[in-house]
Design a protein around this ligand. Structure first.
Ligand SMILES: [Zn+2]
Length: 324
């Protein structure tokens, strides 16, 4: 055996198997929501970090040099695509990694496969709708069933990157899917009596959550996505709430609770701060707990404000199970 073949044999025995068995897939995500799904699908063989902490406005983040350095070490960069995170091009440019550029294998856009809401019609002037959401509404993580589509994309990316653990990623994906389906069924049942309850929302963050859990939006505090309201628009919101009998203004953690509260108080209601993603509030520290937190916050507000179930037939059936 020559020295060279001996070296190659030693490499094969000691170095290659070790790297296959012990190397973690390093992943960086834009948001803690995506990081949590990566954690649940990737399990122990994946090391994941998020650029955002959670409470901040996803449309308005300024990447720092240290975040760019963080991204440099990643094999996979997982983000929301579309114009969800307008700061992503600057971040990946700063990271200077070929494999993470758009179109490269390490760049994973989880908007693929999602049925977007509020997609502008052809010919519709997108500028008139504000400067964001120009491809449709980007807050799709707020329908838990979209979490399953996202987990599929993430599982595929992990399987491609770490083929040795492909089966485990697939099994984790299946388990995640089941947990999310069960949780969604439970929360939908809890919200069922209130299906049709009118609400005002601050930013256009909530259509996916609203539609899944049966709330009806009647107005928005922002006149256009990302644009602050003036007094005239706020008084219009109040009027609409009075006419429709709405009492709740849903507000993100980064938006003005003061404005939301101002509008709500004028109709004897209140602002309800909901988590727009994982980590937006401390209690919403996993993808499941994000929804549990939001639905419990809504149910607590309904009770506190004396909001009657919109769908009394469901309540009647519950209270009088003997009735046909
Ligand atoms: Zn938005």
């Amino acid at each position: 055996m020559t020295k060279r073949t001996m070296l190659l044999t030693l490499l094969a025995i000691f170095v290659l198997p070790a790297s296959l068995v012990f190397a973690d897939v390093r992943v960086v995500t834009t948001t803690p929501t995506l990081a949590d799904i990566v954690r649940q699908v990737g399990g122990e063989h994946v090391k994941v970090e998020s650029i955002m902490r959670g409470p901040e406005n996803i449309h308005n983040v300024s990447p720092t040099p240290s975040q760019m350095m963080k991204l440099r070490k990643a094999v996979l960069f997982i983000h929301g695509g579309l114009d969800a995170e307008p700061w992503v091009p600057q971040l990946i440019k700063g990271a200077r990694r070929k494999n993470l550029q758009p179109g490269a294998r390490g760049n994973v856009d989880v908007s693929q496969g999602i049925s977007l809401k509020e997609v502008p019609q052809r010919g519709e002037l997108t500028r008139a709708m504000g400067d964001i959401h120009v491809y449709g509404n980007t807050h799709y993580v707020l329908d838990p069933l979209n979490g399953i589509v996202i987990a599929r994309t993430i599982a595929n990316a992990l399987k491609r990157t770490d083929t040795a653990h492909a089966e485990m990623f697939e099994a984790n994906y299946e388990a995640f899917t089941q947990r999310i389906r069960e949780m969604t069924d439970q929360l939908v049942t809890q919200m069922e009596p209130y299906r049709g309850t009118p609400v005002v929302t601050y930013h256009r963050t909530w259509p996916y959550l609203r539609d899944r859990f049966g709330l009806v939006k009647i107005a928005e505090v922002e006149p256009k996505p990302g644009i602050s309201p003036g007094p005239q628009h706020l008084s219009q919101c109040v009027e609409t709430m009075q006419v429709r009998g709405a009492k709740i203004v849903i507000v993100e953690t980064y938006n003005s609770k003061k404005n939301a509260e101002f509008v709500a108080r004028l109709v004897g209601g209140r602002a309800v701060v909901l988590a727009q993603g994982v980590g937006a509030v401390a209690e919403a520290d996993t993808y499941e707990r994000l929804f549990e937190y939001n639905i419990q916050a809504l149910l607590a507000a309904f009770e506190e404000l004396g909001i009657e179930p919109q769908n009394p037939s469901v309540e009647d059936v519950k209270n009088n199970p003997e009735q046909p």
